[in-house]
Design a protein around this ligand. Structure first.
Ligand code: 13P
Ligand code: SF4
Length: 320
């Protein structure tokens, strides 16, 4: 604990010295989220992280999250220095959607509007017409569908199926998945609901359809926190990364949060209810990024960035 306090004190000092601001995702560890809050930074979902970084006056952004979030920040603010605690923090959706193959898939359907999830590389975004995050995916697809545009969707198949069901849009789908949300199990969730009959079930739409079916509220991280506040239930079963409990508990201190069941437990399942890449954002890594940017700075090829900026900006304009 003492050591942690020392790290935090040094990081606070460095943030001031380097004119830097810490932006953290809800899935990072609670102490990282707390540090962002205590230092005038921000804790948010991926859409809000992008907006906050773009609009903040600091010279340097330190993005505690995964690679695509750092890349998005760099694309939106090419003149800022964008640092990450580790550049190794990636995402199974990004890994499962290599640009060459995705691009070839798009080439086969040139009449389709290409909609990609924010959890993708800059190169995949550059190939897209629209970028969406889970907070805004439904609205954007609804808008495109109302114009009768045929859609290619990538890479998260569960989120894609959920959107198809909600909007009635038909989408050609890339078959990616999030290793964290893919682990929630319907049978065990039904059993848990029987144990807590008064609990509401909150589900992130990266979860499989049979989990979404059991939900009282489905939404992005920020939408789930709102639902936790709005629903009258005192107990909440939550099917998303447990990192979210920090802000959810803050938003509703009198409610009890229960982790939705997964196939394995910590020892056997490295991705059960906590993203292993989000977990890489530790105090030591943050300090090291602030001390020396080498190996921590995010670079995006300027040509790619220019291309990727178009669908990203479209999303932000739509969200505004
Ligand atoms: P949102 O914060 O946009 O809901 O994203 C979820 C996610 O999996 C990010 O890793
Ligand atoms: Fe990717 Fe899933 Fe981790 Fe989010 S939680 S970064 S979608 S692997």
């Amino acid at each position: 604990e003492d050591e942690k306090a020392q790290y935090k004190a040094r990081i606070k000092q460095l943030l001031i010295e380097k004119d830097a601001v810490l932006v953290a995702h809800y899935y990072t560890d609670p102490e990282i989220q707390a540090l962002a809050e205590e230092t005038g930074g921000y804790v948010a979902d991926s859409l809000e992280m992008a907006r906050f970084g773009r609009d903040h006056s600091a010279k340097t952004l330190i993005i505690a999250g995964v690679k695509f979030m750092g890349e998005t920040a760099k694309i939106l603010t090419p003149n800022k220095t964008v640092l990450m605690p580790t550049l190794e923090a990636t995402c199974s959706l990004d890994l499962g959607c290599p640009v060459e193959e995705f691009s070839a898939f798009c080439d086969q359907h040139p009449d389709h509007t290409v909609v990609v999830y924010a959890n993708t590389s800059a190169a995949v975004k550059a190939r897209a017409d629209w970028v969406v995050t889970s907070a805004i995916a439904l609205d954007i697809v609804e808008h495109l569908d109302s114009e009768d545009k045929p859609i290619i969707w990538g890479p998260d198949r569960h989120l894609g199926s959920y959107i198809e069901k909600q909007t009635g849009a038909e989408m050609l789908m890339w078959q990616g998945a999030c290793i964290v949300h893919d682990e929630f199990k319907a049978k065990a969730l039904k059993d848990m609901k029987a144990v807590y009959p008064d609990a509401a079930v909150l589900v992130h739409p990266e979860s499989p359809a049979n989990i979404v079916e059991l939900a009282d509220a489905v939404g992005s991280t920020s939408q789930l926190i709102k639902a936790a506040q709005t629903l009258p239930n005192k107990q909440l079963i939550v099917a998303t990364d447990r990192g979210i409990f920090y802000k959810m508990q803050q938003a509703c201190p009198d409610k009890e949060m229960i982790e939705a069941p997964t196939a394995g437990s910590g020892a056997t399942c490295k991705s059960c209810a906590h993203c292993p890449w989000m977990a890489m954002n530790g105090l030591q890594a943050i300090e090291s990024a602030l001390l020396d940017a080498t190996g921590h700075e995010v670079f995006v090829d300027p040509e790619l960035a220019k291309q990727a900026m178009i669908p990203l900006d479209r999303m932000l304009q739509f969200a505004a």
